[in-house]
Design a protein around this ligand. Sequence first.
Ligand code: GTP
Ligand code: MG
Ligand code: ZN
Length: 348
Amino acid sequence: MAEPPRRGQVVALLANFCWVSLDQPGPAGQQRLLCTRRTRLAKSGQAIRVGDWVQLDGIDWTAGRGAVAAVEPSQRVLERPPVANISRVVVVMALAEPPIDPLQLTRFLITAEQSGAAVDLVFSKADLGGPALVQPWLQRTRAWGYAPLAVSSREPASLEPLRQRLSQPGLAVLCGPSGVGKSSLINALIPTLELRVAAVSGRLQRGRHTTRHVELFALAEGALLADTPGFNRPVLPADPTALMACFPELRTAHAELRCQFGDCLHQGEPGCAVGSEWDRHSLYSQTLQELLAAAQRSDAPARTGSAGSLRQRGNRVEPRLASQYRQPSRRGQRQQADADLNHPGQEG
Ligand SMILES: Nc1nc2c(ncn2[C@@H]2O[C@H](COP(=O)(O)OP(=O)(O)OP(=O)(O)O)[C@@H](O)[C@H]2O)c(=O)[nH]1
Ligand SMILES: [Mg+2]
Ligand SMILES: [Zn+2]
């Protein structure tokens, strides 16, 4: 007799297989199956991401194998690391080893905000930085609009507020640079796991890219955590006008104040109500210039998210009404922005 169709969630992706956690256990209590992708699905070009809900067929219970026949439509998606159906993104930054780089932190927060999921900020390795280091960062990022937590995977008590937040139903993705202790945190939160971790190395105290794949783990009933490989330069939105929505302090300022022009980029335009007297103004400007430089490139139209906010001028593209803020495109800046947009998966 043919097996009725089964449903499950992708919890890990390998080169040609994925692990699928079943929503109903199999006849002998099986929880997971190792699945291939149906050729039809592969041909349709539909990608499977960790977090996707999938329908299975061709199940061999004895061998613990099956095949993904269809991928269900997904909700919120984090582009990089690719994870579907997320409910929160937890940006993890170490207070030391490696030290915090505010621009990199901002870029991670921007990627997290772009997903549309709730964003949490966690400062890890709190045992390495005394209160003199921890407190100013907590204070500073509260002013950005976050509710940051400082934790140490070496001090179990410090993890409790984080555990409470992450025990809510849903899928929380931990992301951040390599070596900040994402896998160590998950090991500390779920002691039965023994995820591989490795010491940071070199003068810059860089991580060693120990985690290679995205994988989901259950913290509590219905609460999943995704461990992800660390990387150093998160992708920015392609559309410069989408940037301000990724800064909570700008969203708040904007709700209260009204700039004279609806498409104000808050770069000193006449009638700008936001101004430059805010902590991340220079980080915002720096990121914005990078996006504007990328958007100006003649081949940009295909990559910009919102055609309405950019216009074609000769063979270049620029944001509408913001032309006075165009920067002469410096080659290096352009190449870097371009590399970020084109090859998000290739830099470390
Ligand atoms: N002192 C201290 N060291 C920590 C803490 N958490 C992690 N570490 C160390 O930091 C190093 C990197 O930890 P990992 O958990 O591998 O970091 P990761 O973020 O998963 O790195 P990738 O998998 O490369 O992205 C290891 O040597 C850990 O032992 C902490 O809270 N305190
Ligand atoms: Mg890791
Ligand atoms: Zn403004």
